[in-house]
Write a protein that binds this ligand. Structure first.
Ligand code: HPA
Length: 274
């Protein structure tokens, strides 16, 4: 399958028929337990992924599987409550879908959130980490396969993919909240198992501050088609071996839900100043 412009135009054309001329400017993809942002959207138009031709369907727990179009703080947004992960069994190439459809809908900036484990020992569950950069050593990319030049070049620079300007805005705004906020490096693991303590020690030596199973495929697809990204991790647990507590996805989701309310307010504030 060639996941090129023609393929995703089918999804975008369908969405346009449902939107009555609404044009999104900012894309948002919400992580596990962080669906609360969707409740901040005014005049929402909700569209299930399963109704959108040539799109993917969410299988991950705590992921709603809906687009929500509307406004936050006066800005037109296209929000995805529920994202797609490699561990669900998708091919990496399929994982370009969310961001390519956003690009075709006219999205100019992208906000990605996720739940992550802390490798950095100074972090605590409930903290926020703004992603400065990522490490992905899995040797695969969503941009494998034939390149569609209409989205971007075959080889592309990713040295400023987590936009310096958006990070500066997010940091400034986050300082006004009660959240403890950091800027750091996100290390991608495919999951679905959490990491081994040895993997976490290795990630730490390599420069990781937090680990998770999402976000990088979306960020890379955005970098390819020239959309600046703001990535934010809700720290839900200390990574494997950093503390003696076994990692449970239920506990992590509960932390994400609790601190997620503050993150929703922060995202709304950030969007107002983008
Ligand atoms: N590892 C990977 N993904 C995660 C974690 C973790 O510790 N916590 C939340 N998502």
């Amino acid at each position: 399958m060639n996941y090129d412009r023609t393929y995703f135009e089918v999804s975008a054309d369908y969405l346009r028929t449902r939107l009555g001329g609404f044009e999104p400017e900012i894309g948002i993809i919400l992580g596990t337990g962080l669906g609360g942002v969707a409740e901040q959207i005014d005049d929402p138009i909700v569209i299930d992924y399963k109704d959108v031709p040539n799109f993917l369907t969410s299988t991950a727990p705590f992921h709603a599987g809906k687009f929500i179009f509307g406004t936050i703080n006066g800005k037109n947004v296209m929000c995805m409550s529920g994202r797609f992960h490699v561990y669900e069994g998708y091919e990496y190439q399929q994982l370009v879908a969310p961001v390519r459809v956003m690009k075709l809908m006219g999205v100019k900036k992208l906000i990605l959130t996720n739940a992550a484990g802390a490798v950095n020992k100074s972090y605590r569950p409930g903290d926020l980490m703004i992603i400065r950069d990522h490490i992905k050593l899995t040797g695969v990319s969503p941009l494998f396969g034939p390149n569609d030049e209409s989205f971007g070049p075959r080889f592309f620079d990713v040295s400023d993919m987590y936009s310096r300007d958006m990070r500066a805005i997010a940091l400034k705004r986050a300082k006004k909240t009660d959240l403890r906020v950091h800027e750091g490096v996100y290390f991608f693991f495919t999951g679905p198992q959490f990491e081994t303590p040895a993997e976490i020690r290795a990630a730490s030596v390599l420069g990781a501050d937090a680990v998770g199973m999402s976000t990088v495929t979306e960020a890379l697809t955005a970098a390819h088609c020239g959309i600046p990204v703001l990535g934010m991790c809700m720290i839900t647990n200390m990574a494997a071996g950093i503390s003696d507590v076994p990692i449970s996805s239920e506990d992590a989701t509960e932390i994400a839900r609790r601190s997620g309310a503050q993150l929703s307010d922060l995202i709304s504030d950030i969007i107002g100043s983008l």
